[in-house]
Design a protein around this ligand. Structure first.
Ligand SMILES: Nc1ncnc2c1ncn2[C@@H]1O[C@H](COP(=O)(O)OP(=O)(O)OP(=O)(O)O)[C@@H](O)[C@H]1O
Length: 265
């Protein structure tokens, strides 16, 4: 039997953005994400990763190009429809630090306000807070949280939003090593369609279905984690090399990353 064609959830075509000057900071970027996929964007500082995400949430307007979510052009969507379609987790969300964790996570429910009863909203909020392991902090204000606790609260907010597409911009900042794995596993197990900017190359293989690599505003390489992390682009773009080691018990191939000696002079 033929397997069903995967549903294309996000389609980005020829996206270009220029903050200033003649050189675009995002230049002719195109990619698709299918429903349920976890796709990572990697690239050095300033390569345009966050700008791509900010274009997808309409915080920035592209100079040219098209963004289509669930078959509908982003440009034609009203703000509420956009908020139901896309959730964005970033370091800089300017939330009011006097809000308690519960109040902050409840912001994720605003796009769905009239469709659900109060009890349904509360259950979704409580479940999201429990899922990220901060139930004991639900009545604490954001200003009194550590960086990692605040980041967990951010995860809870985007989970509560129940978006079609989840955008994560460096979501593992502030998280301890176990929490990084736990929270990305949580997103994976919920099968949320996700586009994540990740700096930590060690996290790419375990969580990504596909990887997009950017350099100087362009998408230079794409493929499975193995295809991208073992490509010559890793050395060319990052100045890093990927070494393979075998896990002593599972026999799995693991990658470790090392700076090229020529980059360390
Ligand atoms: N508001 C702005 N005004 C002018 N230039 C900007 C602005 N925001 C970003 N840029 C420039 O656009 C380029 C891409 O920035 P972007 O934040 O997308 O990079 P990034 O790949 O996410 O980097 P990082 O890994 O450091 O977060 C950079 O050269 C940056 O200086």
């Amino acid at each position: 039997m033929k397997s069903p064609t995967p549903e294309c959830l996000l389609s980005v075509r020829n996206l270009t953005h220029c903050f200033s000057g003649k050189t675009p900071q995002v230049n002719g970027v195109s990619f698709d994400i299918n429903a349920g996929e976890f796709v990572s964007i990697i690239g050095p500082n300033g390569s345009g990763k966050s700008t791509v995400l900010r274009l997808i949430i309409s915080e920035l307007q592209p100079a040219s190009g098209e963004i289509v979510i669930q078959g509908k052009s982003l440009r034609s969507m009203k703000p509420q429809e956009r908020a139901r379609s896309v959730a964005f987790l970033t370091q800089h969300d300017n939330a009011d630090l006097r809000l308690t964790v519960s109040e902050y996570v409840a912001l994720g429910r605003i796009p769905w306000q009239v469709e659900y009863s109060r009890a349904e909203h509360e259950k979704i909020i409580t479940d999201a807070i429990n899922d990220v392991g901060i139930a004991h902090l639900k009545a604490v204000s954001l200003g009194k949280l550590s960086g990692g606790e605040r980041q967990r609260a951010g995860f809870a907010r985007v989970l509560a939003q129940q978006p079609a597409l989840l955008l994560l911009d460096e979501p593992t900042n502030h998280l301890d090593p176990l929490a990084r794995h736990q929270l990305l596993s949580l997103i994976k197990h919920k099968n949320m369609t996700t586009l994540a900017v990740l700096h930590d190359l060690e996290l790419i293989q375990p969580f990504s279905d596909r990887v997009l690599m950017m350099n100087q505003g362009e998408m230079v390489c794409r493929g499975t984690p193995a295809q991208v992390l073992d490509s010559a682009w890793l050395e060319q773009v990052f100045g890093m090399q990927s070494l393979h080691v075998t896990h002593p018990t599972s026999g799995k191939t693991l990658r470790i990353f090392e700076a090229l000696p020529s980059e360390m002079k």
